[in-house]
Design a protein around this ligand. Sequence first.
Ligand code: NAD
Length: 499
Amino acid sequence: MKELTHWINGRHVKGTSGRFADVMNPATGEVQARVPLATVAELDAAVAEAAKAQVAWGATNPQRRARVMMKFADLINQNMDKLAECVSREHGKTLPDARGDVQRGLEVVEVCMGAPHLLKGEYINDGGPGIDLYSMRQPLGVVAGITPFNFPAMIPLWKMAPALSAGNAMILKPSERCPSTSLMLAELLKEAGLPDGVLQVVNGDKESVDAILDNEVIQAVGFVGSTPIAQYIYGRAATNGKRAQCFGGAKNHMIIMPDADLDKAADALVGAGFGAAGERCMAISVAVPVGKKTADALIERLVPRIEKLKVGPYTAGADVDYGPLITKQAMERVKGLITSGVDQGATLVTDGRDFRLQGYENGYFVGPTLFDNVTPEMDIYKQEIFGPVLSQVRAGSYDEALKLTMDNPYGNGTSIFTADGDTARDFASRVNVGMVGINFPIPVPLSYFSFGGWKKSAFGDLNQYGPDAFRFYTKTKTVTARWFSGIKEGGEFHFKAMD
Ligand code: NAD
């Protein structure tokens, strides 16, 4: 059995707790490795070493730190296939999807090559007579990143690239279900020139997360995962005086207006609803067609597209559309929710519960599932399913569709398909959701903007990556200065007379 490690002070280190989590192959249901779960003492020791390493790294000039990011980006590109394979092996997503996972993280590393610009402060000359004011952005010290299973490359990169290039040391606690990609990224960062100790990858579960939250040296926590855990981490980190940004779950709605290009809308829904088996925080899980005609026409277009989807292991080749869910429990939960939808009166149009794949009978596969006539009281509407299940909620008007989206407690992403610019403008300006697509199903902002939801999809301040990440991972110091060597009169400076 392969035993994974932590990454401490620039090398692989075995766990000492004696506790492990199984890392599964979700396509076969077999254990493929085990990952050590750190104790409080292991976590605290990693933090103490990181604090030592941060002193010199924080004092390294930003351009040199940016050069490490340049080399890192090169190495990610060179190792793209290996990284993607590592993602697919533990997560189960297809290789093209896994490459996308690495690519979207890489783009954040590329923005961090410009860290010196993003770290510049502000300055005013003569804010008062002979008085100058300037502000500087300084690293926080040791910060932590806690990441989910569903993007094993992208989200660790969203955390580490801005934090490190801003001069911090980072404790990264990746998901115990998909830990290997973070270890591989740590190796590449070392090769890129990151000094030992500046990035520590500590594997673990709740025990190490709580140790992070209670450790007095750690100054900030960047978390991504489900909403209940995000809220818990935000509360405990804030109580302990830490800066925290905690991104949670989602229930993303796509409104389809009667004037929309329905073929394009159906294509978009199939990609955004079923891609990566629906295990994306930006997946569209609710389609909201406006008007009966639109709803009927949409179902007519969705069904043949869904029937063509090929579900299988990532090893089966390029024509696989999506893979298994992450765990047996996730698969059973999703199937249970589908049954609850039937019991609560939704119309089951396509049913993925009985999906079987020869040779992979123990894999965690669920076939693509489409519901029509879903209503807001049903569990399939209220819960984030995080599986290949698309629910159609019919709306009588644009206002009704907008209200449905706005009343939903989550606010990560949303989208509208329409040919009318005014409707789209109105939607974008009024909807209370953090990321909006117009004829775009998954509006993940490019890396030089920033990513973040509203309502129960995010707790704390500032978004991930882009300029916001540099605000989150630095503190501002403002200096007010004057000098007494001369006087300024009538706009001219005169030295004091010398004796
Ligand atoms: P999760 O909340 O189960 O786990 C996330 C992290 O928290 C992991 O590192 C895990 O070890 C840790 N954790 C789990 N339970 C904990 C506990 N009780 N106490 C302390 N730490 C704990 O999430 P997941 O299943 O890995 O990821 C899927 C979720 O993440 C979905 O809800 C998805 O929408 C969300 N997500 C959100 C975003 C975003 O940016 N908003 C992005 C990706 C995923």
